[in-house]
Design a binder for this molecule. Structure first.
Ligand code: SF4
Length: 615
C-alpha cells in the first residue's frame, strides 16, 4: 500500500495511514493526491492561516528512483495570499528522502504550542523543539539541523519572513524553494520551522528490469534532445534573451514596457560568465541550478544559487535596473529570508510606480527614493518586506491587499491575478500565456500552463502570439498537460519539451514501478490531469471564485505596451478566449463545470458543492 503520515501538531498525535486504493488509482499521486485530500479535508471558508487549514507535503510515486527529473516535492494548501487552491513545487533531494522514508504524503494539521520541527526516521516520528532556530534564516536553520542529524538527513524549512507572516513566504530545501502562494506562511502559522527526514536509499519496483530499460531510454532522449545542452549549460537565464527581449516578453516598469536600455548586461551570457557550479535536483542530469558569484561592482563577492530567469526578471524588470550584481544579491536575500522572488519583485515594482506617481512619498518609504534604475532602494525593500518593517510591512501583504490599504487609486497599479503577483512574461505579447494567468487555479502562475506554442513548440499546434482569439483550447490543453505530468511531480522544465519527456514514458515507468497497468495509458494520465484541474477549480468555486476572477489587470486591456518587439500591443478580446476556454472545458458561462462535465470526469460527488454557482 502507498502511505501517508498524518501529523496533528496541536495534540502531537502522529499516525501512518494507507492511501485507499481507489484514491491511488483515481488520482495517481503527486498533485493529484494533494488536490483530493485538500478538497476533502479543508472546508470552504477556512482561514488559510488558522488551525483548520492543512499543509500537504507530497512526493511523487517515482521519487528516489533513477528516473530523471521525477523527485520534486510539492506543497499543497489553501493560499493565504489568494484564498485559492495552491500548489508550489520545490526541488533538491527532499522528495527522494521522503519517499525512501516510506511516504508519498505528509498531512500537517493544527498548530504546535511552540516552535517545533517534525523529525522522521526509521518508522519513528517526533515533534521536536525548534526554539533554537526560530527566527533564523533558511541557511542558518538548515546548518543547525544538519549538525543535529548528520549527512544522511534532508529537510525543508521556512525563514524569518514566514514567521513574520509575510503572505508570500515559501518552503525551502537547500536553496530550492516551493516559492509561490504563501506555502511557507501556512507552515509558520502552524509553528512548524522544518521537517527533517533521515532515510537510506531504497528502490522497490514491480519490474526492475523494465524500469531500468525505460530510464536508459529517458536518458538517451535527454541527451539527444535539442534543448538539452544549452539548458544544462545556461539554465533558465536564457529566457532573458529569448523570448525575453527578442520577442518583447520581458515586462519592464511594472508591466508598462517591454524595453530596457542596457538589457544586454543581463544577458544569459553575462550570468554564464559568473557561474561556478551547476547543480541539480535528485536524479536530474539537467542541473539547472547555477551557483554564481558577483565579480565586480558594489556587490562583488555575493554568491547565490541563482538567480533563475524569474528572479533575474523580478529584480530587474519591475525597477528597470540592469545591475546584474543586484539581481544576485536580491536572490540571495530572498533565499535567506525565505520569500518568493516573483511576488517580492512584483510588490517592489508596484511601490516604484506609486512613488513615480506621487501616491507614495519619502514619508511612506522611510526616506527611500524609489528611482527607476537604482537597485539600492530595491535591496532595502527586500529586507524591509522580509522583516515587515516600515513600507515593507504593507508590501508583505501582497499588491492586492497593499493597494486596498494605500488607496488613492493604487489598485490600478497592482499587477496580480486573484491576488498572486504576475510573473516575468508580458501578457500583451503572449496572449495565450496571459490567459493561462487569468484562468489559472492559483492566479498568475506561468508554470501552471506555460504556453510554449507561442514561442515555437508545434504541439499540438503553433499559435500566433499576437492573435486575439482561437487559443482557448490550447490554454486548456496546457493546464491539463501540466496537471497530468504533475501527477508524478515531474519537473515541468523537461516535461514542457515533449522531445525529452512526456506522459507516454511516464506512464510506462509507473507501470514498471507500481504494477498498475491502468497508468500505462497516456490517455488515462491526461484524463486524470483534467480531472485534477477541475477538482482544484471546484475547490475555488466553493470559496466563491468564478468568471469575475478570471481576469488580468485592467492595464492589459487599456494601455498599449510601450517599446520592444511588441510595441503598441493590447489585450483586445479577453472574453473571446475565456469563452473558448470554458467551452473546451465543458464549463458554463460563469466558469462552473456543468453536471455532464463532472460526470465525464468522475467528479459527480462535487456537484452538490458547486451547483448553486451555475448560471
Ligand atoms: S530541471 Fe532543474 S528544477 Fe527540474 S528537476 Fe532538473 S535540476 Fe530540478
Amino acid at each position: 500500500m502507498r502511505k501517508l503520515l498524518r501529523v496533528n501538531l496541536s495534540n502531537g498525535a502522529i499516525k501512518e495511514e494507507n492511501i485507499p486504493q481507489k484514491i491511488a488509482t483515481d488520482y495517481v499521486g503527486g498533485r493529484g493526491f494533494g488536490a483530493r485530500y485538500l478538497y476533502d479535508e479543508v472546508a470552504p471558508g477556512t482561514d488559510p492561516l488558522g488551525q483548520q487549514n492543512k499543509l500537504l507535503i507530497v512526493t511523487g510515486a517515482l521519487a528516489g528512483t533513477s528516473a530523471q527529473s521525477l523527485s520534486k516535492w510539492v506543497v499543497v494548501t489553501k493560499s493565504p495570499l489568494t484564498g485559492t487552491f495552491a500548489r508550489s513545487y520545490g526541488g533538491g533531494d527532499f522528495g527522494a528522502w521522503l519517499k525512501w522514508a516510506g511516504f508519498e504524503l505528509v498531512i500537517l494539521e493544527g498548530k504546535a504550542a511552540k516552535p517545533s520541527y517534525l523529525y522522521i526516521k526509521d518508522g519513528k516520528y517526533e515533534i521536536r523543539d525548534a526554539s533554537a532556530i526560530w527566527g533564523k534564516t533558511t541557511s542558518q536553520a538548515q546548518e543547525y539541523l544538519k549538525k543535529q542529524h548528520g549527512a544522511k538527513a534532508r529537510m525543508i524549512c521556512i525563514g524569518p519572513a514566514a514567521e513574520k507572516m509575510v503572505r508570500y513566504a515559501g518552503v525551502f530545501s537547500g536553496r530550492r524553494a516551493a516559492g509561490r502562494g504563501g506555502t511557507g506562511t501556512v507552515m509558520a502559522s502552524k509553528n512548524l520551522k522544518a521537517v527533517v527526514v533521515e532515510a537510506e536509499r531504497k528502490e522497490e519496483l514491480a519490474n526492475p528490469e523494465e524500469f531500468k530499460k525505460l530510464v536508459k531510454q529517458q536518458v538517451k532522449n535527454f541527451e539527444e534532445g535539442l534543448g538539452f545542452e544549452p539548458f544544462r549549460d545556461y539554465g533558465t537565464a536564457m529566457g532573458v534573451d529569448v523570448p525575453g527581449f527578442a520577442m518583447g516578453t520581458f515586462p519592464v516598469r511594472n508591466f508598462r514596457s517591454a524595453d530596457l536600455e542596457g538589457w544586454d548586461k543581463l544577458s544569459f551570457l553575462q550570468y554564464a560568465a559568473i557561474t561556478q557550479k551547476h547543480s541539480g535536483c535528485y536524479a536530474c542530469m539537467l542541473k539547472c541550478g547555477k551557483t554564481r558569484t558577483v565579480t565586480e561592482g558594489p556587490y562583488a563577492g555575493v554568491t547565490s544559487e541563482g538567480p533563475q530567469y524569474e528572479s533575474i526578471w523580478a529584480f530587474a524588470g519591475p525597477t528597470a535596473c540592469t545591475d546584474l550584481g543586484a539581481t544576485v544579491k536580491a536572490d540571495y536575500m530572498c533565499c535567506e529570508l525565505g520569500i518568493d522572488t516573483i511576488s517580492t519583485g512584483g510588490c517592489i515594482g508596484f511601490a516604484y510606480e506609486l512613488f513615480e506617481k506621487g501616491i507614495l512619498t519619502t514619508k511612506d518609504t522611510d526616506g527611500l527614493v524609489l528611482k527607476y534604475g537604482d537597485p539600492e532602494p530595491m535591496l532595502k525593500l527586500v529586507e524591509k518586506i522580509g522583516r515587515r518593517e516600515g513600507l515593507g510591512d504593507i508590501l508583505a501583504e501582497g499588491v492586492k491587499r497593499a493597494a486596498e490599504h494605500i488607496g488613492k487609486g493604487s489598485a490600478h497599479y497592482a499587477m496580480h491575478v486573484k491576488g498572486l503577483e504576475m510573473p516575468g512574461y508580458e501578457p500583451r505579447s503572449l496572449k495565450a500565456l496571459g490567459m493561462n494567468y487569468a484562468l489559472g487555479n492559483m492566479g498568475a502562475n506561468h508554470c501552471y500552463g506555460y504556453t510554449q506554442q507561442e514561442i515555437g513548440n508545434p504541439k499540438p499546434r503553433l499559435l500566433d502570439a499576437a492573435a486575439d482569439e482561437g487559443k482557448g483550447d490550447i490554454v486548456k490543453y496546457n493546464h491539463d498537460y501540466v496537471a497530468s505530468v504533475e501527477l508524478v511531480n515531474a519537473c515541468t522544465f523537461p516535461a514542457h519539451n515533449l522531445e525529452l519527456f512526456g506522459p507516454e514514458i511516464i506512464g510506462k515507468m509507473l507501470v514498471a514501478a507500481l504494477g498498475e497497468t491502468k497508468f500505462g495509458s497516456a490517455d488515462y494520465l491526461s484524463h486524470v490531469g483534467e480531472k485534477v484541474y477541475n477538482l482544484e477549480r471546484c475547490f475555488n468555486i466553493r470559496e466563491g471564485f468564478s468568471r469575475k476572477d478570471d481576469t488580468l489587470p485592467k492595464r492589459m486591456y487599456t494601455e498599449p505596451l510601450e517599446g520592444g518587439m511588441r510595441d503598441g500591443e493590447l489585450y483586445r478580446k479577453p472574453d473571446v478566449i475565456i469563452d473558448e476556454y470554458y467551452e473546451a472545458r465543458g464549463w458554463d458561462k460563469n466558469g462552473i463545470p456543468t453536471e455532464a462535465t463532472l460526470k465525464r470526469l468522475g467528479l459527480e460527488e462535487m456537484d452538490k458543492d458547486i451547483v448553486k454557482f451555475r448560471r
